[in-house]
Design a protein around this ligand. Structure first.
Ligand SMILES: [Zn+2]
Length: 265
């Protein structure tokens, strides 16, 4: 049993990026936690709606999604939506959770993603900031006993080395690890539909199901995977070797462009 932590800027981000994987891991007996850095209080076209009201709605939606996926917890740090900075305050807040949960694998938004390959989407600055802060928390800060020493001396949180990072919302050329979500795609779609304030109409129209099915199918087809629906990641192994299913190992052997290991620096 491993501990997975999914770090995301806004409610609904991780459900687009990793929900099929999260449900699959939870189903396989792993502990999967979501950490939301903001509560999405800028996610409305109505400037008169109070931030508190919107946060309450969006946290409830994310918690409903977490129940559908079988998550162990959904946590909110409540940084202001639209204002995330990959600074030391944010890094420390993520390190605190990584140490509390003794995280084995951190799933982070890819901070390199700026424009999608069809040139139809500009990545949200909060997504890039969240990804950068989560990566910087996973390595080296969470595992360095001299980083944020007040977490140790004042809160009793010992340094803990994160073993792997999986980047999501990453460009296809970077993707080197795949999870079969054929059995959990329906859970992913249901989890997304729980975000009624954001995509309720789209979910009811059937558009959400079509688009999520297409994403998952395209990922499997593009990478010649032996299953129908997949989510893809860039997996970075920081510590040792993570146990994985024989099926995932087989796929990885076909597709990993370089041997896993620590890069320069
Ligand atoms: Zn977002």
């Amino acid at each position: 049993m491993s501990v997975y932590l999914v770090v995301a800027a806004h409610p609904d981000d991780p459900d687009f990026g990793v929900a099929g994987t999260a449900a699959r891991l939870a189903r396989d007996g792993h502990a999967v936690h979501y950490l939301m850095l903001t509560s999405g209080d800028a996610g409305s076209e109505d400037p008169s709606q109070s931030a508190e009201e919107l946060m309450r709605i969006r946290e409830a939606e994310q918690e409903a999604s977490g129940r559908i996926l079988g998550l162990s917890s959904v946590r909110f740090l409540r940084f202001p939506d639209g204002e995330l900075q990959p600074d030391l305050e944010l890094r420390k807040a993520i390190v605190r959770v990584m140490r509390q949960l003794r995280v084995d694998v951190a799933l982070c938004q890819d901070p390199r993603s700026l424009v999608d390959e069809d040139s139809t989407y500009l990545n949200h600055p909060d997504h890039r900031a969240a990804g950068q802060a989560a990566l910087d928390a996973a390595f080296p800060a969470a595992g360095n006993p001299r980083a944020f020493r007040d977490l140790l001396f004042e809160e009793g949180l010992k340094a803990h080395k994160v073993k792997e990072v999986w980047l999501y919302f990453t460009g296809h050329p970077h993707v080197n690890h795949f999870v079969d979500i054929t059995e959990t795609l329906d859970q992913k779609i249901a989890a997304l539909a729980a975000h009624e304030s954001q995509i309720g109409d789209w979910a009811r129209s059937g558009g959400l199901r079509r688009e999520m099915t297409k994403w998952a199918e395209d990922t499997a087809t593009r990478h010649n995977l032996p299953f129908k629906y997949a989510e893809g990641f860039q997996r970075v192994v920081l510590e040792g070797e993570q146990e994985q299913s024989p099926e995932a190992a087989a796929v990885e052997a076909q597709t990993t462009p370089f041997p896993p290991g620590r890069g320069p620096g």
